[in-house]
Design a protein around this ligand. Structure first.
Ligand SMILES: Cc1cc2nc3c(=O)[nH]c(=O)nc-3n(C[C@H](O)[C@H](O)[C@H](O)COP(=O)(O)OP(=O)(O)OC[C@H]3O[C@@H](n4cnc5c(N)ncnc54)[C@H](O)[C@@H]3O)c2cc1C
Length: 639
């Protein structure tokens, strides 16, 4: 029987982390050298974890499916990274950042973890500056900041619209330093297929070498998953195409509980779907809403060129509905408001599924150069994709699948329910409740890796110093390898007619329609049946060309899609169980008269954590009650 213990340290909120650090067990330098740690993932969370653990003296092996850690999806992050530095003297503090995140997440996150994330945010920015990340600076040379949704301070540090790229390069440099020192060994082009558990503890992984098709065994004293989010479950999303749930799902099948699977963020400002052959959507960063104004024509079906529509004929609906936060309301609120306008017939363009994001006023006030300095690369990206020059006419945007607040359940140590298995960054569920605030993910990923895991992992490893190197010639490794081989053989042997991509597209549509921005009990029940049927079809009619013993991207996709069916079904189960609306989880049956999310704190102030019972079997729901001692639970208002 799984018992959820969040292991939150005692004491006042602001002191918990300092007290914890002073009392947590330590591993001596001599013993660290004897301990092996596997890190799966080399994005901001994985590379920061690995470089810190390597610097501390552990032996670290890092796996990723790209050819280089620099290509992890984190490279795509655009708008910035939060830190409660209060450089603008606008009233920011650790508590304020903590409060904004708790409120932004609609009171569905654990207080202690969120407060700690706010605390380490300030160290994280200093660390990146020391690594040489070229954050924007003002004329006097001080670090510049901007605002993001759901906050009234300016705490987001940025490098144009390439913050993720610059931070990942900084982190890659610290990782490379460890590789050169021999404390970290990189294993690129490897896909993790399974987790190996020996005597109840995570002791290794099974991987597939993507270039040769070879199945490999790797052992360690602890395993860290830093494998990112599963927003690609929708097929069309703002994520990198390779982002997936498979590593986390393998751990879930082996006993790691999966938390809040239905909490998925739909980002309001993606370039809209242009045609049905599209395989990817491109984000236009939330930072653009600092200067861009969102509007639709006041007249339904107004097909005039946007520049011909006069000021008094435009409905700046976010400013109208949410005067206190205006265009900078949080993402869930902005996305639903765009959907509401489009569903009511005010959407623009051929599909009617788009709204305008307009920089005309900002350019008139600040000049084109100022806007170019802040967002130049995003404007260029938009122009290249759409052929429209956003300096001259408004961008067209629409919500798209983006970020997963759900993920592996972890305690305060970032350990899952499997001893010795950790999860950091977007792959865990821990800090964003039902809706993540913009620029809070890079902050969490780097905070987890640079400043939290290096302490918390010692709490476990201190008891492992007498455990010799873990051998891979054991029945547990044998069995996990066989299961992985059988799964691949089964997929290869179907020899049907339809590609993995075609199934993925259909699965994504089911989830987008029924478990996307708005959900209902009826729609979710139907979706589960449709997913079951589609999954049967997949296992009977999948086509994978070529063989498994070579570079085969179709096989890689098929492995991911096979897992996405199960993930999608759990998302629907979770969305059905949660009979309330909160953050990004909006059930049409539970809304206020003004169409806002209606929480039910009495019955649902908990984290849902699911236990796997076998494919197509309903998962067992465990509840971690959320205790709020430092904030008052209120209806979230941005008016
Ligand atoms: C377009 C876009 C813009 C964004 N902009 C911002 C922003 O401005 N600010 C912000 O805070 N957040 C932003 N985010 C969110 C943020 O980028 C991500 O949440 C964050 O980068 C995730 O980092 P990570 O380390 O958890 O995972 P990732 O960077 O996704 O890395 C995952 C790693 O795991 C590896 N991996 C995955 N599965 C396997 C497997 N089965 N086997 C082996 N390896 C595996 C991959 O190879 C990769 O190395 C943005 C997201 C998107 C989509």
């Amino acid at each position: 029987m799984v018992k959820l213990d969040a292991k939150i340290p005692k004491g006042p909120l602001a002191d918990k982390w300092d007290n914890y650090k002073s009392s947590v067990k330590l591993v001596s330098p001599a013993n660290k050298k004897k301990l092996d740690i596997i890190v799966v993932g080399s994005g901001l969370s994985g590379a920061s974890s690995a470089s810190s653990l390597g610097e501390m003296g552990y032996n670290v092996k890092v796996f990723c499916f790209q050819d280089s850690p620099r290509r992890a999806h984190s490279v795509a992050a655009q708008g910035g990274m939060n830190a409660a530095k209060n450089y603008k003297n606008d009233g920011d503090s650790h508590y304020r950042l903590f409060y904004d995140m708790i409120k932004g997440g609609d009171f569905r996150a654990r207080e202690a973890n969120v407060y700690r994330a706010a605390q380490v945010s300030t160290q994280t920015i200093d660390h990146f500056v020391a690594l040489g990340v070229p954050f924007a600076r003002d004329y006097g040379g001080m670090l510049e900041t901007r605002s993001f949704g759901g906050v009234q301070v300016s705490r987001t540090f940025y490098a144009k619209g390439q913050t993720g790229q610059q931070c990942l390069l900084g982190t890659y440099s610290s990782l490379s330093r460890q590789v050169a020192k021999g404390t970290v060994k990189m294993y690129p082009r490897q896909t993790m297929l399974d987790l190996v558990i020996i005597d109840g503890k995570a002791r290794g992984i099974i991987t597939r070498n993507q270039l040769t098709g070879e199945i490999e065994r790797h052992s360690a004293h602890a395993v860290v998953l830093a494998t990112g989010g599963y927003g690609t479950v929708f097929y069309l999303s703002t994520l990198a195409l390779g982002s997936n749930a498979s590593a986390a799902w393998a751990a879930h099948k082996k006993g790691a509980l999966f938390a809040n699977p239905s909490f998925i963020q739909i980002h309001p400002t993606s370039i809209p779907v242009l045609n049905e052959y599209q395989s990817k959507l491109t984000l236009m960063s939330e930072s653009l809403r600092n200067d861009g104004r969102v509007w639709v024509p006041k007249e339904k079906g107004d097909k005039r060129h946007p520049n011909k529509i006069q000021e008094n004929e435009r409905d700046y609906y976010l400013e109208r509905r949410y005067p206190a936060f205006g265009n900078l309301v949080p993402r869930d609120v902005a996305s639903r408001a765009a959907k509401e306008r489009c569903d009511a017939g005010y959407g623009i363009g051929d599909t009617g599924l788009a709204v305008y994001l307009d920089f005309n006023n900002a350019i008139a006030k600040q000049g084109k150069k100022a806007i170019e300095d802040k967002y130049g690369n995003l404007f260029e990206m938009y122009r290249k994709i759409t052929g429209i020059n956003p300096y001259e006419e408004p961008m067209r945007i629409y919500p798209a699948g983006h970020y997963t607040m759900g993920g592996l359940w972890v305690d305060y140590n970032l350990m899952t329910t499997i001893p010795g298995l950790y999860s950091v960054g977007e792959s865990n569920f821990s800090e964003h409740g039902a809706n993540r605030l913009g620029a809070a993910s890079l902050m969490q990923c780097s905070g987890d890796g640079y400043f939290i895991l290096p302490y918390t992992i010692a709490d476990y490893l201190a008891d492992e110093i007498r455990t010799p190197k873990i051998p891979t010639e054991t029945p547990e490794f044998e069995e996990a390898e066989n299961v992985s081989r059988e799964k691949i053989e089964k997929l290869m042997n179907i020899q049907g007619k339809q590609t993995a991509t075609s199934f993925h597209r259909r699965l994504g549509k089911i989830l987008w329609d029924h478990c996307g921005m708005v959900r209902s009990a009826d729609g979710l029940e139907k979706a589960i049946i449709m997913i079951d049927e589609l999954e049967d079809e997949f296992w009977n009619d999948l086509k994978i060309p070529e063989t498994a013993g070579e570079y085969n991207q179709e096989l890689e996709k098929a492995v991911r899609v096979a897992d996405f069916f199960e993930v999608g079904r759990l998302m629907c189960q979770d969305a059905l169980e949660r009979n309330e609306s909160c953050g990004a989880h909006f059930r049409s049956e539970f809304q206020t008269e003004q169409g806002e999310a209606k929480r039910n704190d009495k019955e649902f102030a908990y984290v849902s954590a699911y236990e796997y019972n076998g494919n197509k079997k309903k998962e067992t729901l465990h509840k971690e009650p959320l205790v709020f001692e430092n904030v008052e639970l209120k209806e979230r208002s941005y008016k």
